[in-house]
Write a protein that binds this ligand. Structure first.
Ligand code: C5P
Length: 498
């Protein structure tokens, strides 16, 4: 197969090529390939239309369809050039791999992004190449990898500008302390920093470094500056370091977390009745430890709270779900924070404020043991262990009674086994929330852990008005979730007076 050296083309042709490539956001090499492919396709289609010296097989072949010129037989055949379709479906990500031990995880990140239909172009810093090779990155990305600002091949058409702009976003993983410092100060002395300075696309950093570097005041300053410049950051997480006997905050977020965060950035601006609303939801049980192996819990599965979170996200809300231990996966588009105990749930709820709506669907344990055993409590002949219980904070009541930052609509749940409406009504008043979703959790109903729910919605009347009660028919839990979300949407849009 003949090869073409673009540099040897005459200047006029080169200039035209550059212009065409820039217009299409392609490299000059890609543009040449596209032109050749189009030329090959048009000669194929011309042949199919019988225009290249061949007799027309069928006069209909060159006729027009629906009055469109040239919409003959070829137009009905599948387009042989897959590029436009692919470009429409895929999101383009420029992945900058920094030089840290976590660079090996960036290889997995390439796979995770591709699994999510992203087209990934990798840039490796010089330091990154000490940890992973360009060959492994390009094998996974199915693309050439970029390493050099002064690479005559890619810089022929100002490649760093193309890498900075011919993409939907830039992900930097791992983002080292050094790379963050350079970004914060606007350096552009290598390909990665030049791209980051030249881009007008969203940038997501996944920092990874030693905990002391992360906590160093210089890094804190750089981080604050980057955040105020609009740079997005995921992680780092807490955990063991590559350095022996070191642990703390500094591990790069997991590739799946980074890929999900990137997809979140690329998701189109939410639409729907709850677009622009921040919703906070609690779900699941809490596990209150007795000792390292035992805990107090309940049978809540978290299904109802997770279904509400999914419905609210589908209605365009920005949803934070704070869940106790459950075996459910994160609903799409929802920020999920997992906790074990009631006190952590309260802390996370407080940290997630302000919110427009708060829904407390968690079955929080009412009590915990006063003093958790450091070691497994042993059976002894001297009798039962002296377990003293203390009350957990009531999260719903605490948030409902806040003077500042109280969400305008606070909704609680009342899971009862008897006197459902009466108990729910007194809970509505006692806890100070606006609405209560009351459900009968008698074991015979199979609600706890099951997929269906029968609820009554109690809505406190505005300015001391009468409480309205609606009884909904038995529904799957996701049906209850979407009915509740629908009711919330109507309420906040003012279409409802309750
Ligand atoms: O008092 P009871 O547990 O029946 O109240 C149920 C409601 O209160 C639910 O909305 C539940 O999420 C919330 N709750 C809470 N914190 C607690 C106990 C209950 O947020 N400690």
């Amino acid at each position: 197969m003949a090869s073409i050296t673009v540099r040897r083309l005459d200047d006029n042709l080169k200039a035209q090529l550059r212009l065409r490539a820039a217009r299409h956001g392609r490299s000059v090499e890609d543009e040449v390939r596209t032109i050749l492919r189009e030329a090959a396709n048009s000669s194929t289609s011309a042949r199919m239309r019988g225009e290249v010296g061949e007799p027309k097989a069928d006069s209909r072949a060159s006729s027009t369809r629906d009055g469109e010129p040239g919409n003959g037989q070829f137009a009905q055949a599948p387009h042989p050039n897959p590029l436009p379709a692919r470009a429409e479906r895929e999101r383009k990500i420029t992945l900058i791999i920094g030089g840290g031990i976590a660079a090996y995880k960036a290889l997995d990140l390439i796979r995770r992004l591709k699994e999510r239909d992203a087209h990934v172009r990798c840039v490796l810093t010089r330091a990154a190449q000490q940890f992973v090779t360009p060959l492994s990155a390009s094998a996974l990305a199915h693309e050439r990898v970029y390493t050099d600002l002064f690479d005559p091949q890619s810089e022929f058409d100002a490649g760093h500008i193309r890498l900075a702009r011919d993409c939907d976003m830039i992900v930097v993983a791992p983002a080292t302390a050094d790379l963050m410092a350079k970004m914060a100060h606007g350096h552009a002395d290598d390909l990665a920093t030049a791209i980051l300075l030249a881009t007008n696309r969203p940038v997501l950093l996944a920092p990874a470094m030693n905990p002391l570097m992360w906590n160093n005041p210089a890094t804190r300053r750089n981080l604050a500056r980057l955040k105020s410049d609009g740079i997005l950051v995921i992680g780092p997480n807490a955990g063991e370091m590559a350095e022996a006997n070191e642990a703390g905050i500094g591990r790069m977020a997991e590739p799946i977390e980074i890929a999900d965060a990137a997809m979140q950035v690329l998701r189109p601006a939410p639409t729907g009745p709850l677009a622009g609303k921040r919703i906070l939801i609690t779900a699941g049980p809490t596990h209150e430890p007795i000792d390292p192996v035992r805990y107090i819990a309940n049978r809540s599965s978290g299904k109802q709270g997770f279904a509400i979170a999914a419905s609210a996200a589908a209605a365009g809300a920005d949803v934070t779900l704070i869940s106790g231990p459950v075996g459910l996966s994160d609903p799409p588009g929802v920020r999920v924070i997992r906790v074990e105990v009631a006190r952590d749930m309260l802390k996370q709820v407080e940290d997630a404020l302000p919110a427009d709506i708060a829904i407390f669907a968690a079955a929080v344990a009412d009590w915990r043991v006063a003093r958790e055993g450091d070691q497994k409590i042993k059976k002894t002949s001297s009798g039962l262990p002296p377990l003293q219980l203390v009350e957990n904070p009531d999260i719903l009541a605490t948030i409902s009674k806040l003077k500042q930052k109280r969400p305008p609509l606070v909704i609680g749940f009342a899971a009862e086994t008897e006197h459902l409406i009466d108990n729910a009504m007194s809970k509505l008043l006692r806890k100070g929330c606006d609405w209560i979703v009351a459900n009968d959790v008698s074991p015979s109903g199979g609600v706890m852990g099951g997929d269906r729910n029968t609820v009554h919605l109690l809505m406190k009347g505005k300015s001391g008005g009468e409480t309205q009660i609606e009884s909904w028919p038995v529904m799957p839990k996701d049906g209850v979730a979407s009915a509740l979300v629908d009711r919330i949407a109507r309420n906040i849009s003012g279409a409802e007076t309750a």
